[in-house]
Design a binder for this molecule. Sequence first.
Ligand SMILES: *Cc1c(COP(=O)(O)O)cnc(C)c1O
Length: 361
Amino acid sequence: MQRPEPEPQSFDRVLSSMCTEPHSDARAAAERFLAANPGDPATYETVAALEERAVERLATLAEHPIPSDAAGYVTSGGTEANVQAVRSARNRHDGGRDDRGVNVVAPESAHFSFTKAAELLDVELRTVPVDDDYRADTDAVAAAVDDATALVVGVAGTTEYGRVDPIPELAAIAAEAGARFHVDAAWGGFVLPFTDHDWSFADAAVDTLTIDPHKFGQAPVPAGGLLAREDAALDALAVNTPYLESRSQATLTGTRSGAGVAGAVAAMDALWPDGYREAADRAADHADWLAAELADRGYDVVDPELPLVAAAVPESEFAALRDAGWKISRTGTGELRVVCMPHVTRSTLRAFLDDLDRIRG
Ligand SMILES: *Cc1c(COP(=O)(O)O)cnc(C)c1O
């Protein structure tokens, strides 16, 4: 019997995702490198060289003072990058790799990947409150750190509200406590260079940073990014690798997809900086427009700082929009959350509001 070829669903009505349609060059490059394994760089030298380019490109985006000196690699996503940042900081803390008594201090707005990291690595995750505008409360962070703090985390583009924590202030608190400092810009990293937020290696004493090409970078999944100011952060992750020609490996996964590496490089080659700037400007316009339209209809809207709109829409309307085929999601407190990714156009948003108006009657 002939079975129909399964087709991926279209992005037409996807307003909840932090992923998007990959750039055509990135799609083609990913396919070419599907079978190459950057986890074995002495065998797959071409993709290993491409990965160095990816790290240098990402470090340029993240304003590393000398991008060619940055360390890092293309991860399976922001989760792996965050887990590895915690692991590196734990391994570099006083007690070294055997130290199990350390803690990580992060705002409650931090991504749930830090919960996974804490569980896996047996470190204590201390989450502290955010302020009235959903940013890390620096007094609360300062009160939570102690001698056993291995890492302080700041988020540059929170998953729920698109907020940027006070990165320089958090870096200073980490330095004072003798802890490392990590910035999670998994989603925001490809938008923030075109804003005046402080978030990067140039703006503060950032040790490690997560920045995902497979979100706003328009690279195919899986392509996350872990960057470090210095090699030492990656050295702290390296384990010996008998029976591979390369002697050690700092990644969490072993065999990895060359598609992620090649797709990320191709996307950045095609879009950095002008293409990303245009995408970021367009997304910001759409978010501002949608926020204003929702406010006009009487909803409480959280002012979009990055291209993500949250608004208090009643449960019944939310459910009716889902029934109409809209892929939308909710914040932890139940607000509608719309992420203006590059595939989200003005006409998509108009159609969405038309449906909302119809539902409201
Ligand atoms: C998406 C996201 C993550 C997790 O990344 P994955 O690629 O889904 O593993 C981590 N932190 C932030 C801020 C994110 O937006």
